[in-house]
Design a binder for this molecule. Structure first.
Ligand SMILES: Nc1ncnc2c1ncn2[C@@H]1O[C@H](COP(=O)(O)OP(=O)(O)OP(=O)(O)O)[C@@H](O)[C@H]1O
Ligand SMILES: [Mg+2]
Length: 281
């Protein structure tokens, strides 16, 4: 396989500034350590994939980063500022946006209304100063821009329930964009999608990453290897390995953890795609 020289983290900070840093974060649920001493750094302009089998602790990590769950230990910095004690709403206002593993859109509302409500959540200050009409106009404009970015502008007046599954996941991304988030934490946005819808989402992620820092939790390895610049693999709440997609693909530890130790059996056990070639370009 062709070797790619990836830049070091120091070289990266010039061209891709650090957006989010999780330093030794740990989450305990009673006796269960769901995340143990995790370190993750996200850069503007790069997509960091977080992989791991079911129950590895990926959603827990996102929940701590977004403020949906408090950390048990450790520190989280957003653009150099300690945000560990901020609430999820405060983090959202500071530029962090997340999507959920299970969709949280309002199905009886139109696509535009869903995006507008997300945009409005960003305008809390503006409510105090602007008239209702002006505020709504700004929110509608922001919502339409976000829908356009996510490729849903033509569906703006449809009820969200009428969208396909893939379009509903696109709407979730549009809602995150409508909040003006610079850091996107996306928990399995491709879950349940067909190959055409996944390819479209991969295209959208590739577009978005130039102007955002993205953390992507995903099980679809073809998609991951098509968009990721950095990859962290978690097992049992711990980081097994962090590196470039090439490093992860060729990592003996990752192969053992995912595929079992029997090298001769890997072709038939490639359920996580580690021996498959990516189909996206
Ligand atoms: N609120 C909670 N209370 C107690 N235990 C929890 C809670 N949330 C998660 N866990 C446990 O923490 C561990 C990690 O769960 P988590 O949802 O983070 O895994 P995951 O990697 O996202 O898995 P999946 O791929 O299935 O989504 C699991 O054992 C889970 O049961
Ligand atoms: Mg999860």
């Amino acid at each position: 396989m062709k070797q790619v020289n990836h830049p070091t983290i120091d070289q990266l900070t010039d061209t891709h500034p650090v957006a989010l840093k999780a330093i030794n974060i740990t989450k305990r649920f009673g006796g269960l350590v769901a995340n143990n001493n995790l370190n993750i750094t996200l850069h503007i302009g790069r997509l960091h994939a977080l992989l791991g089998p079911n129950g590895a602790g990926k959603s827990t990590c996102i929940n701590m980063l977004s403020g949906d769950l408090p950390v048990s230990e450790g520190r989280i910095e957003l653009f150099g500022k300690d945000i560990t004690s901020l609430t999820a709403t405060q983090r959202s206002l500071a530029g962090m946006g997340r999507s959920y593993q299970r969709t949280n859109i309002m199905l009886d509302f139109t696509v535009l209304e869903n995006a507008r409500l997300a945009a409005q959540s960003r305008n809390q200050q503006a409510w105090k100063w602007l008239s209702l009409a002006m505020n709504q106009k700004a929110s509608v404009e922001k919502a339409m821009q976000s829908l356009e970015r996510a490729g849903l502008q033509e569906k703006a007046l449809r009820k969200a329930s009428e969208l396909s599954h893939g379009e509903q996941r696109q709407l979730e991304i549009a809602m995150v964009l409508a909040t003006d988030a610079k850091v996107l934490l996306l928990d399995e946005p491709l879950a349940g999608m067909g190959s055409h819808e996944s390819a479209r989402m991969v295209e959208l992620l590739n577009e978005l990453k130039s102007s955002h820092a993205i953390l992507l939790v995903e099980h679809d390895m073809d998609a991951v290897f098509a968009v990721a610049d950095d990859v962290t693999v978690m097992v049992n709440g711990e980081v097994l390995e962090t590196g470039s997609p090439e490093v992860i693909r060729n990592s003996p530890q990752v192969k053992i953890a995912y595929l079992g130790e029997d090298e001769g059996d890997t072709q038939s056990r490639n359920d996580l795609g580690l021996v498959k070639e990516a189909v996206y370009v």
